[in-house]
Write a new protein. Structure first.
Lengths: 124, 287
């Protein structure tokens, strides 16, 4: 394996690791404001500021209601259950439908046509 | 989804959050049009992913304002009842409203943002008129003070017309969920005009509220499967880095040149979104 290939393999590993942790980060990021509201709820309760504690509880309830609504919506949706492969990655079918990728886009073209010259020559 | 696209998402998110952070905005207002127009990502996926970016940006930039005692936390949690309700209402409308309407609405918001940036809001230290305390604000003890560096002392202010402010916050939450933006462009003027808050307090409190507002819709989108984690992941990472970078760049950049740059960018994006709303794709085939 030559140096260029080794470098490319290392970059791919690095990006894959980044994506892996990024996926966890995305779900953790959504929970962070919820944690913030819980902290405020506890602090106001301990300070015996029951009005603000009630308001914080209401906000928390609304956010959790959002989670519930989303979950209920996903269970009632009529979608096939089998996942699909997109460029080597398993993607749920509803995301396939949601991500409408144009085949002539440089950013979304398959790996073997990422070379810009080749992509343009194919279009012409 | 290959790595080049992930890298592109990261770069877009970093740039958008840095640019937005320079003017106290979350990056969603740039991320959604860039993903929809240049990345050819379905606008619903772009909006859902953008909500994650908005949360990340808001959380990372809230700490300095809190330490600076500019954020009115009690007011923020009170107004969040309205913004989260608005966001939840937006979730129900998400997917019901036609895509062209979303593009049109986004173009309108971009133009409003450009107008907001062009009109300079100068808040003279100590110029806030202190009116009588209203019933609701007295019951919830929302009146407060903020440190004014120019005068070297704390300035007292009162929160006024809370019911009007709550209605405007409901609308801001609705827009936030529909378009995947922080809606700071709506919240700050609402706090300025309806609640009569000093501009620094408006900006800080709005920034503090953005994450919770976005979480109300992001949670629903996530459970519903509208947040594609391979898209949202790089965007979340880029937003965290970009928000920090934006704050540092802001210190060095001239206010006038930054504002002018953003007005131009916002108008261009608004024009592109309007064209998309009418089914005209000028950039199709360029990328």
């Amino acid at each position: 394996m030559n140096r260029a290939t080794q470098g490319s393999a290392k970059l791919e590993w690095l990006l894959a690791t980044t994506l892996h942790y990024g996926t966890s980060l995305a779900s953790a990021v959504i929970r962070l404001p919820v944690v913030r509201v819980i902290v405020m709820l506890i602090v106001y309760f301990r300070q015996r500021d029951y009005r603000l504690a009630a308001i914080a509880l209401l906000v928390l309830t609304i956010i959790l209601l959002g989670f519930t609504v989303g979950l209920a919506g996903s269970r009632h949706r009529n979608t096939p259950t089998s996942p699909m492969q997109v460029r080597g990655e398993t993607v749920p079918p509803h995301t396939m439908r949601a991500i409408s990728l144009e085949s002539n886009s440089f950013l979304t073209s398959p790996r073997h046509t990422l070379d810009r010259q080749e992509a343009f020559s194919q279009q012409n | 989804m290959h790595n080049e696209f992930a890298l592109w998402l990261f770069a877009v998110s970093l740039g958008a959050s840095a640019l937005g952070g320079m003017l106290g905005m979350a990056g969603g207002i740039f991320i959604v049009p860039i993903l929809a127009v240049f990345g050819h990502v379905d606008i619903h996926v772009a909006i859902a992913a953008s909500t994650v970016s908005v949360i990340a940006s808001s959380c990372s930039s809230a700490a300095p304002f809190l330490r600076g005692r500019l954020t009115n936390i009690r007011l923020a949690i009170t107004l969040e009842t309205a913004t989260t309700l608005g966001a939840l209402s937006g979730v129900f409308l998400f997917g019901v409203i036609p895509v062209s309407y979303l593009f049109f609405l986004f173009a309108a918001i971009l133009l409003v943002s450009a107008q907001q940036m062009m009109s300079r809001r100068n808040d003279l230290p100590g110029a806030s008129t202190v009116a009588d305390t209203e019933r609701w604000t007295a019951a919830l003890r929302l009146d407060s003070t903020y440190p004014e560096g120019a005068l070297g002392r704390d300035i007292a202010y009162r929160v006024q017309r809370l019911p009007t402010g709550m209605m405007l916050m409901f609308g801001a939450g609705l827009i936030s969920a529909l378009l995947g933006i922080g809606s700071g462009v709506l919240k700050i003027p609402a706090m300025d005009t309806a609640l009569r808050l000093p501009i620094k307090v408006s900006s800080a409190t709005s920034n503090f509220m953005i994450s919770v507002t976005a979480a109300a819709s992001a949670g629903a989108y996530f459970m519903h499967g509208d947040i594609v984690t391979s898209v949202a992941g790089p965007i979340a990472l880029g937003s965290v880095v970009g928000a920090v970078l934006g704050a540092r760049i802001l210190i060095r950049a001239s206010n006038a040149s930054v504002r002018l740059l953003f007005v131009v960018v916002l108008i261009l994006f608004a024009a592109q979104m309007l064209l998309q709303a009418f089914g005209i794709h000028l950039l199709k085939g360029w990328l």
